[in-house]
Design a protein around this ligand. Structure first.
Ligand SMILES: NC(=O)c1ccc[n+]([C@@H]2O[C@H](COP(=O)([O-])OP(=O)(O)OC[C@H]3O[C@@H](n4cnc5c(N)ncnc54)[C@H](O)[C@@H]3O)[C@@H](O)[C@H]2O)c1
Length: 504
């Protein structure tokens, strides 16, 4: 027997239809209700076709398809949900409409029926507050498309009784989803943890004019392994969806600096540059897909001595090997010779701070981001007033073996260091706030956002002390509170502990 033998789904559109599929595949009888006349019947037919398709591909047996189909019952009215053990609401995202639906549901269902909402942005607590028995109400937040996105946030509202979310989690495991236990808070886990990626990218491009959109996307794909860069992701989601979410999260956290949106998204939304669906976003989108802006042109330069210094000796070795492979002379000695190109690999600092710290001429200095390795892409930058000939020489040198090179303006933490540090810091603060456990935060982000690693695991892979150093440098340069390190991160970095380390 499934955890909930009889499940009702109210609102069987894009999300509700997928939820019905999961519940039926887990063996539950499912009653479908939709306000749109014929909507429930249409959803039953659509699911039947989906299962027939799975059978045709050999992914379901004919018997399983017949059994699943037999478990679906379209309802003519909400009263038909009377005998359900669980009702999941997936109607329009409107607090008042949802509250009205929950009030009506309570007049119909048994006293022990669990009620769940698939809201993505409203307060579960505020929806439950309309109910006579808010303790039976929880959030059950799925992702689109439900059958493929195998993760669901199980959200405890302020008055949700103990045991409710445990049952919803057990049910999720029955249809093969990873349940994420979290408390009711803006954005829950996935949408909260996902704020850093685009916000910091916009800070780099717009707030500081340090790099172009395509450069940020390429750096994060090639250096860190994200499938899509932040601007590609904004284009895919559409600004009509993501811009209001960003504004709402900032408001709901009462102006938390970490979530401060960029004015640019509102402007581009007003301009209709929504992204892929409009044909124009940060990129043009045509029949051949997304435009591919060309890489920066590689300048020509003659070999000259290169003096290398890096905050980590392994980084210096890697850079020296590239210089030697290109056939350029490596200058040794405590000070750079007069004609040498100075290459530095800083952590968190910009080229200006590196020149100041080393007391070497900023005009001949080029900084390179070595934190994520130098194999797939090399991001370089120079201080204001740097000699173009030296910057072009560095570009030519690092491109000599065919590896793409991205030149940006001076930026504390380049692109990848600062975006990764931001993501790790936000996730750390979520753990600090007990929104979810470290393991749940990591799995939610991996499965819900498709990041190559969970944010805390990513922080551990980079090293919590390094993440803390990047944030300290960013905070020092800008004074912006968005870069203040979470106590969770600071303590673990200071003690040399993993970011997954719980407290007794
Ligand atoms: N689409 C997503 O990516 C996504 C992801 C997670 C959560 N959600 C949430 O899921 C819910 C549904 O979103 P969707 O994308 O499936 O929308 P949708 O428009 O595809 O489906 C909503 C369905 O609810 C029905 N409906 C509307 N008001 C109703 C009412 N009062 N009573 C009964 N049925 C009603 C509509 O007829 C429609 O069939 C929203 O709360 C949304 O925020 C959406």
């Amino acid at each position: 027997m499934p955890e909930f033998a009889k499940v009702g789904v109210v609102g069987v559109g894009a999300m509700g239809g997928g939820i019905v599929q999961m519940a039926a595949q887990a063996g539950a009888e499912v009653v479908l209700f939709d306000a749109r006349p014929g909507g429930a019947k249409a959803a039953v037919e659509k699911l039947g076709a989906t299962w027939d398709g799975l059978a045709a591909k050999g992914r379901m047996t004919a018997e399983a398809v017949a059994a699943a189909k037999a478990r679906l019952t379209p309802a003519a009215s909400i009263a038909d949900l009377a005998r359900c053990d669980l009702v999941i609401e997936a109607i329009v995202e409107d607090l008042e409409v949802k509250r009205k639906t929950f009030v009506e549901l309570e007049t119909v269902v048994r006293h022990d029926c669990v009620l769940a909402t698939n809201t993505s942005s409203l307060s579960v607590t505020a929806i439950a507050a309309a109910c006579a028995r808010p303790e039976r109400v929880a959030g059950y937040h799925f992702f689109n498309p439900v059958p493929l996105m195998k993760v669901v946030e199980v959200i405890d509202g302020a008055r949700t009784a103990a045991g409710i979310s445990g049952r919803l989690a057990a049910f999720a495991r029955e249809y093969g989803h990873r349940p994420i236990a979290c408390i009711d808070s803006p954005g829950f886990v996935v949408n909260h943890a996902g704020r850093g990626f685009g916000t910091e990218a916009l800070q780099i491009v717009v707030g500081e004019g340090a790099a172009a959109y395509a450069d940020v996307d390429r750096a994060l794909r090639d250096q860190v392994g994200f499938r899509l860069g932040p601007f590609e992701l904004l284009d895919l989601t559409g600004l009509d969806v993501s811009q209001p979410v960003g504004e709402s999260m900032f408001r709901q956290f009462y102006g938390e600096a970490r979530f401060r949106p960029s004015w640019l998204l509102k402007q581009r939304l007003d301009a209709g540059l929504l992204g892929r669906k409009a044909g124009h976003g940060f990129y043009a989108h045509g029949p051949e897909g997304q435009e591919k802006p060309p890489e920066q042109a590689i300048p020509r330069a003659d070999p000259r001595p290169v003096w290398v210094v890096a905050v980590e000796s392994a980084w210096r070795d890697e850079i020296v090997a590239i210089v030697q492979a290109a056939g350029w002379p490596v200058a040794s000695g405590p000070q750079p010779p007069d004609d040498a190109l100075i290459v530095v690999a800083p952590l968190g600092h910009d080229a200006t701070a590196a020149a100041e710290g080393l007391q070497v001429p900023a005009t001949r200095l080029v900084a390179i981001d070595a934190l994520f390795g130098l194999a797939k892409r090399r991001v370089i930058m120079a201080a204001p007033g740097a000699d173009t000939g030296f910057v072009e020489a560095a570009h030519a040198l690092f491109a000599a073996d065919g590896t793409p090179v991205t030149r940006i303006r001076d930026s504390a933490g380049f692109i990848a260091q600062r975006v990764v540090a931001t993501i790790v810091n936000i996730a750390s603060d979520m753990a600090q706030q007990r929104i979810a456990s470290p393991a749940d935060i990591d799995d939610a982000v991996r499965l819900g956002l498709g990041y190559p690693q969970g944010p805390l695991a990513l922080g551990d892979a980079v090293g919590p002390e390094r993440i803390a150093a990047i944030l300290a440098a960013l905070n020092g340069l800008s004074g912006d509170l968005r870069y203040r390190a979470s106590p969770w991160l600071r303590r673990r970095a200071g003690l040399g502990l993993s970011l997954a380390t719980p407290e007794p």
